[in-house]
Design a protein around this ligand. Structure first.
Ligand code: DAH
Length: 343
């Protein structure tokens, strides 16, 4: 049981005690803990104040004032300690040595996807010959995709293109050929268009993807001949691959052209001598082509007595593969930067 002067002395001593305890502390958490030890509900100041009730009432205000003073002092010491450690941390930061001569980490620059590059380059070659780009929807009517191209519903050629049907009359286009139809319906000859774009088929293996990219070509005018087709394709192959490669047209059947042909080019890898890419044959297939069938002209309202035309369609992935030897079509779509960065 202390007297009033004793209690006041004890309270006053708490300030120094706190200082001694807090000074060596180097982080906020321990300073806060010390603060609680002194000022908390069960802290040292509260402990001493329990004795207040035993003092004569007249002396109590004096002790209360002393308690307030010491509380204030401790608060100030807490603040000072916090400022001290904040400064120390800043000092430490400033003292840290940074090697400003270290080369910066390279920031990867983006670039066009390989298929986009190839598509743009192919379009540029055809642009030199006067072809302009035309586009059509990827979700297409059955009529534009098949019927207008002389492929009726029961036609066996439909089996060649396993179709994704959206509804009975709406499909995901299986080829870019419907853009031929849309162009001829809206634009009178002369026509010279190329139509690059995505197409969809129910097909999935290392050389086939359910979505891939084709480039369609169409020329319609008063005196277009098969030799124009051949010259156009030959020019394309030489310019695109920047090599003196030959082409070969093998008779083939597509309902919308007559005559129709499959287009081969000399293998850009081996120049025609035979390698893994061309399976030792020296030739690789790049697409289909032919002279626009009069039935197609009829369907789009072009006079086949006056006009003739050629058309072709080729695979962009195929072009990219022949340029770079990519052997699995999935690489194009996976978005793996280790693959994409190579081009
Ligand atoms: N559309 C055909 C396909 O995807 C390719 C094709 C063949 C396009 C002959 C043509 C062509 O324009 O004349 O299999």
């Amino acid at each position: 049981m202390s007297t009033t002067p004793e209690l006041i002395a004890k309270l006053e001593k708490l300030g120094d005690e706190f200082l001694a305890q807090a000074q060596p502390l180097a982080d906020e958490q321990s300073i806060r803990a010390a603060q609680a030890q002194f000022l908390g509900k069960k802290g040292k100041v509260s402990e001493l104040m329990k004795e207040l009730g035993k003092l004569p009432p007249a002396e109590r205000p004096q002790v209360g004032a002393a308690a307030n003073k010491v509380k204030e002092k401790i608060e100030q010491l807490v603040e000072a300690c916090l400022v001290r450690i904040a400064n120390a941390a800043k000092q430490q930061d400033l003292a840290r040595k940074v090697d400003i001569t270290l080369p910066a980490r390279p920031v990867g620059g983006g670039h066009l996807h390989l298929l986009t590059q190839v598509r743009q380059e192919a379009v540029a070659v055809f642009a030199e010959l006067g072809f302009v780009v035309a586009e059509g929807p990827q979700i297409e009517t059955d009529w534009h995709t098949f019927e207008a191209l002389a492929i009726p519903k029961d036609h066996p050629a439909r089996d060649m293109q396993d179709t994704f049907y959206v509804s009975e009359e709406i499909v995901l286009r299986t080829h870019t050929s419907p853009v031929q139809v849309r162009t001829m319906l809206t634009q009178p000859p002369p026509i010279r268009i190329v139509a690059p774009g995505h197409v969809y088929r129910r097909d999935d293996d290392p050389t086939h993807s359910p979505m891939f990219t084709q480039l369609e070509g169409l020329a319609v005018d008063t005196d277009i001949s098969f030799s124009d087709l051949k010259g156009t394709l030959l020019h394309f192959v030489k310019r695109f691959f920047q090599k003196d490669l030959g082409i070969r047209l093998r008779p083939s059947y597509f309902p919308f052209v007559e005559p129709g042909a499959e287009v081969d080019m000399q293998c850009s890898f081996c120049g025609g001598s035979g390698c893994r890419i061309c399976k030792q044959t020296g030739w690789v297939e790049i697409g289909g082509a032919g002279m626009v069938d009069p039935d197609v002209f009829k369907n789009v309202g072009i006079d086949s007595e006056r006009f003739t035309g050629f058309a072709f369609g080729m695979g962009i992935e195929r072009m990219a593969m022949l340029r770079h030897g990519v052997n699995d079509i999935k690489f194009y779509y996976e978005g793996d930067v280790r693959f994409l960065e190579q081009f």
